[in-house]
Design a protein around this ligand. Structure first.
Ligand code: ACO
Ligand code: OAA
Length: 377
């Protein structure tokens, strides 16, 4: 038994996976052999999730069949709608609402009683979760503003349908394509904390909904998916301060502040997803207002030159979503809406050869305390 302590499990190898490959020095990301640049440019979210779940890109017939099956799962049961309404009325924090929604979905899943490792049942649950999360999230976002939910449409893609349900109007091609690309970029990323959390939960033979519920909770933190919301709040803070962004960031670092959207456990260079999203943020700026992109670039250049820190996926997704008019506090739930594909792919892969995940801690407490009864302490 090794006694070497790896704080934060850094670099610890715990599984074999054929899902995503990351080269942190070259800034390379691959899903099942395909470069993220090609997938972002060419593949839809539906194709990407099919690739992750089934191991190959679908042909036209496979894609049509699978897309129809997903579309058929977009509607929510009345009981789920009621939960969404209650959460919106309570003005619940969006990631907490999503965590509760995922848990509620299990009560209405026809395969809820299946063996947790049954792959066919898990793929059906996977389709339902992936199809229903956007409907519930859009309904939640509207209802908390006092608007009625918008029913899903069968003729729109996963990405376009979400924007339609969120805004009550069909997105134009630029918005739909940008959002679809963002979903592709967020779909998987090795054993990131939320994926690992889903794996830990399911390694006990807990069901898939439990794993996804754990993962939503894990993604919400500011060191992980929660950073995309923090980035936009920071950019707005810089803007509101009236300061030069460079002065603002120098000052923030002097005060020991961590800059959200920078640094990564695996990448030592710019995250390839940030590279692609920065182009999108710039393109949206050129069609509207350049300040969010320009401010982001200034911060990126300073942190790169002075601190050797590069942007991660959360940095440019923030200004991209902002320019698309998406409410800031649903950026992280949108991340979850995409990453659910990766979480489930890893759980299904793990079940091919499951073993309970259970590391250990080095005990550093006392061993020979003398017990004193409570009335004598
Ligand atoms: C989708 C995702 O989850 S991507 C990550 C999203 N999270 C963020 O953007 C939050 C900001 N970033 C961070 O906090 C970190 O970079 C993490 C959590 C992503 C990675 O953490 P770790 O691998 O544990 O790196 P760690 O926290 O040890 O940082 C290493 C050094 O870089 C510094 N550093 C890392 N990130 C940042 C940052 N964003 N701002 C300022 N300094 C930073 C740390 O202060 C530390 O310096 P030190 O050694 O002098 O103390
Ligand atoms: O891999 C990580 O640690 C975090 C990350 O970028 C992701 O989950 O996409």
């Amino acid at each position: 038994m090794t006694e070497e302590l790896k704080k934060g499990l850094e670099g610890v190898l715990v599984a074999e996976s054929a899902l995503s490959f990351i080269d942190g020095d070259e800034g390379e990301l691959i899903y099942r052999g395909y470069s993220i640049d090609d997938l972002a440019r060419e593949a839809s979210y539906e194709e990407t999730v099919y690739l992750l779940w089934h191991g190959h890109l679908p042909d036209e017939a496979e894609l049509a069949e699978y897309t129809d099956a997903m579309v058929a799962e977009r509607e929510l049961a009345d009981g789920v709608h009621e939960t969404v309404t209650r959460l919106a009325e309570a003005d619940e924090e969006p990631m907490a609402a999503l965590r509760t929604i995922v848990s509620t979905l299990s009560a209405y899943d026809p395969d809820a009683d299946a063996d947790p490792t049954d792959e066919a049942a898990n793929l059906r649950k996977a389709r339902r979760l992936t199809a229903k999360i956007p409907t519930a999230l859009a309904a939640f976002a509207r209802q908390r503003e006092g608007d009625d939910p918008v029913a899903p449409r069968e003729d729109l893609s996963h990405a376009a349908n979400f924007l339609y349900m969120l805004n009550g109007e069909e997105p134009d091609d630029v918005l739909a394509e940008t959002f679809d690309m963002a979903l592709v970029l967020h779909a998987d990323h090795g054993l990131n904390a939320s994926t690992f959390s889903a794996m830990v939960t399911c390694s006990t033979l807990a069901d898939l909904h439990s794993g996804v519920t754990s993962a939503v909770g894990t993604l919400s933190g500011s060191l992980h998916g929660g950073a995309n919301q923090d980035v936009m709040e920071m950019l707005k803070e810089v803007d509101d301060s009236g300061k030069d962004p460079l002065d603002w960031v120098v000052d923030a670092l002097d005060r020991g502040r961590r800059v959200p959207g920078f640094g990564h456990r695996v990448y030592n260079v710019k995250d390839p997803r940030a590279r692609i999203l920065s182009e999108k943020s710039k393109a949206l700026g050129e069609a509207g207002e350049m300040k969010w992109y320009e401010m982001s670039r200034t911060i990126e250049e300073y942190l790169g030159e002075q601190k050797g820190l590069a942007p991660n996926v959360d940095f440019y997704s923030a200004s991209t979503y902002y320019q698309m008019g998406i409410p800031i506090d649903i950026y992280t739930p949108i991340f979850a809406m995409s990453r659910v594909g990766g979480w489930i792919a890893h759980v299904i892969e793990m079940f091919e050869d499951n073993r309970l995940i259970r590391p250990r801690a080095r005990y550093v407490g006392p061993k020979d305390e003398e017990f004193v009864p409570v009335d004598e302490r």
